[in-house]
Write a protein that binds this ligand. Structure first.
Ligand code: ARG
Length: 449
């Protein structure tokens, strides 16, 4: 006979929630005894027994049994073996439905803290790079075409902003996760005089859920995390793509430290940016995890349905992927070196200064559109002649417009960057302000969880 029981088993992945499950059970037992629902003596036995169970799991001595299906049944059954009939009182006024939701919320609150710490560390490395190369000018791109000179620090701080928004999203997620579901029972509430406010306090929740039916079937908090994680990985993927490009022979902007590259098994000259590539690639699985859970949730009638057990593997995968990426990134960024000479010489190439040349003519009184046309002609001329704009003589300039003067030769990458002196612009003083604000943000803990 075929054994179908494996199909419903979740113990091989939900056992990662054992600490949270035990913490929840201990608080529940304490509350039951405080309320006179079970005796102090039984509560004492239960709490000691749960402590032993925790120790056994920690020491890898726990007899996991797949025939008991999930974590909750494994722990309860072991408790029974350890303390006898008192174990049977633990599940008073509780269901696995509110229990598993509690476990997932406790777990999510914990990983949210780690996630924000990882993002902070990444931001710290970005600020470190921005400070190390604070005034180095590099080509800024649009359409992956060289566009205008920018400060390397400005480029790094662009990612700082993305990760700042990610932190905001995770903080938001934390607020919605920080709600106690325990006390909802199977779906309708419980018949015992439990004290949910006390439980919330004991377990460190900001508030208790308002509707038992919602509480046992809600997984929005996981979706919030997954959505924020997907966006965060998208940012990771973007910076990874730049690292891949910049470390190529074609760009030669940066060099990665040895630790974060690997050689090719057949091409001895290669230093592949595998860590950046894998971060980019792993983004796909986090998107998949989000889509997976959205699809599990779609069309579920109230309240608990066993489908909800399918929330875990994808969620854990997303958490593991994001945390692993956030562990690699701070150090990979720290170990990166910028080829200052190369990026600044490219930033000084004259076509990068075309916009500045147009702005120059505007400054001399020409309407912008007209100036744009003049410079476009100039660039076309230089391109066909194989010349740089700076190579043109004054006479040649005058063939395109009489407004050109000797001071046209003083347009450089430095003057170009310095001219973008408005809030959010790349002028060195603006970037210095921005860097200062970023450092302040990192010093204050107001943004952390
Ligand atoms: N393993 C289950 C889950 O993860 C626990 C809750 C089971 N509840 C039930 N009524 N069968 O969702």
């Amino acid at each position: 006979m075929t054994d179908y029981s494996n199909f419903t088993v979740s113990i091989h992945y939900d056992r990662r929630l054992y600490r949270h499950d035990i913490t929840g059970s201990i608080a529940h037992a304490r509350m039951l005894s405080k309320q006179g629902i079970i005796s102090e003596e039984d509560a004492g036995l239960i709490i000691d027994g749960l402590g032993k169970v925790r120790q056994e799991i920690l020491e890898d001595k726990f007899p996991w049994d797949a025939s008991l299906e999930d974590l909750h049944m494994n722990i309860e059954s072991r408790l029974h073996t350890l303390i006898g009939p008192a174990a049977g009182r633990l599940h008073t006024g509780r269901s696995r439905n509110d229990q598993v939701s509690l476990d997932m919320r406790l777990y999510t609150k914990e990983v949210l803290k780690e996630t924000v710490q990882g993002l902070r560390a990444t931001q710290r490395s970005l600020v470190g790079l921005a400070s190390r190369y604070q005034n180095v000018i590099m080509p800024g791109y649009t359409h992956l075409q060289r566009a205008q000179p920018v400060l390397f620090a400005h480029h790094m701080l662009a990612y700082f902003q993305m990760f700042q928004r990610d932190i905001d999203r995770f903080r938001d997620c934390y607020r919605r996760t920080d709600v106690l579901p325990l006390g909802s029972g199977a779906l309708a509430g419980v018949t015992y005089p439990t004290d949910r406010e006390h439980l919330a306090q004991e377990l460190g929740f900001r508030e208790i859920s308002a509707n038992s039916m919602d509480a046992v079937s809600d997984r929005d908090f996981l979706l919030d995390y997954l959505a924020a994680a997907a966006t965060c990985m998208m940012h990771m993927s973007r910076i990874s793509e730049e690292i891949v490009l910049w470390s190529s022979r074609e760009f030669q902007f940066i060099r990665l430290s040895e630790e974060f590259t690997t050689g090719s098994s057949i091409m001895p000259q290669k230093r592949n940016p595998d860590f950046a590539e894998l971060s980019r690639g792993k983004t796909g699985r986090v998107y998949g995890d989000l889509m997976g859970l959205l699809t599990v949730m779609k069309g579920l009638p109230l309240t608990y349905n066993r489908d909800l057990q399918e929330d875990k593997e994808g969620f854990f995968d997303a958490v593991d992927t994001l945390l692993a990426t956030l562990q690699v990134y701070p150090d990979m960024l720290k170990g990166l070196t910028l080829d200052e000479d190369r990026v600044s010489s490219l930033a000084g190439e004259s076509f990068m200064l075309a916009t500045d040349l147009a702005d120059y003519l505007v400054d001399k009184g020409m309407p912008f559109r007209e100036a744009y046309g003049v410079v476009k002609e100039l660039c076309r001329h230089c391109e066909t002649q194989g010349q740089e704009l700076q190579d043109l003589t004054m006479d040649e300039y005058h063939r395109f417009s009489a407004s050109f003067d000797q001071d046209v030769y003083s347009i450089t990458a430095e003057s170009s960057a310095a001219a973008r002196d408005n809030p959010g612009g790349t002028a060195p003083n603006r970037v210095a302000d921005e860097l200062g604000r970023a450092k302040e943000l990192l010093e204050s803990t107001a943004n952390d969880l």
